[in-house]
Design a protein around this ligand. Structure first.
Ligand code: SF4
Length: 280
């Protein structure tokens, strides 16, 4: 069996940066905390816990210490609360996510109703939405437009960094009848677009697709959905232990795509597991 691993696999720039910053910080000052996982990969987060980078659910879980802001950012109020507590903060928010935050501030300042396309429960969306007054922000996904959007004088649009360009264009085109004036920022991350394109190409030529990444990772879930549309035999796993022999039976080409938070060692482990597999 031939195994093809997408070129753009392993950590993206934002994830690698967040982990490196947190590791250096912890080397210099000891135990540090992240509010929520620093990235969406449970295996990496477990390893980091052992080196002193601990995850807390909420700020009130600790009285003092140091906080690293995770790659998806944290809401403005939480940041202010950390500062009030006098805790040292290191911002490891991905620069692409910070860019979305700057756009939202700009749109709110210029009087636009800000429409954010994305999952309202995702930390990235909670972070960027917190930088505009609540009554100026509308969070939507495709099915919400008629229910949530009213005609406004000025509409500003941004999207979650892991959105697919196809969805973005589709939603934006539907929003066009709700205002006469628009300011639209395409805030989809270039790395996410590359991975999505690779998932499309690889799933066209593979008999089985294995998508590796956290079950809580938006970009991995997106890659799985994209691949599944083309190759129904697409499986989303976090580790090699989840691979079932029957998935690979008769497959001549297995394609592997990994989400932006998936470390190289997990990808290697998956490749080794598949190589050692009897497929007939
Ligand atoms: S996928 Fe893009 S936006 Fe998300 S952390 Fe990586 S580089 Fe940043």
């Amino acid at each position: 069996m031939k195994i093809i691993v997408a070129k753009n696999s392993g950590f993206c720039f934002g994830v690698r940066r967040a982990i490196d910053l947190a590791k250096n910080f912890s080397k210099n000052i000891g135990n540090i905390y992240t509010i929520g996982p620093i990235i969406h990969n449970p295996q990496v987060v477990d390893k980091l816990e052992k080196s002193g980078i601990k995850v807390i659910k909420r700020l009130s879980d600790v009285k003092n210490g140091h906080i690293v802001i995770r790659a998806h950012g944290i809401p403005k109020k939480v940041l202010n609360d950390i500062k009030k507590k006098g805790m040292k903060v290191l911002d490891a928010t991905c620069p692409y996510v910070t860019r979305s935050k700057k756009y939202i501030e700009e749109l709110a300042k210029e009087g636009y109703k800000v429409v954010i396309i994305g999952n309202p429960n995702h930390p990235e969306i909670k972070y960027i939405a917190s930088y505009a007054p609540k009554d100026k922000v509308i969070l939507i996904s495709l099915g919400d437009i008629k229910r949530k959007i009213k005609f406004s004088k000025k509409i500003g649009i941004i999207t979650q960094t892991t959105q697919s360009p196809e969805n973005f264009i589709n939603i934006v085109s539907k929003l066009l009848s709700y205002s006469n004036e628009f300011k639209i920022f395409n805030t989809i991350c270039p790395d996410a677009i590359n991975r999505q394109n690779e998932a499309v190409n690889l799933s066209k030529k593979s008999d089985v697709m294995i998508i590796i990444g956290g079950k809580n990772s938006a970009n991995t879930k997106r890659l799985t959905a994209i691949s599944k549309k083309i190759q129904p035999k697409t499986y989303h796993i976090e580790t090699s232990g989840e691979i079932k022999d029957k998935w690979l039976k008769g497959a001549k080409i297995t394609g592997i795509v990994a989400g932006a938070s998936t470390p190289d060692w997990i990808i290697t482990d998956v490749v080794d597991r598949i190589k050692g597999q009897k497929t007939n």
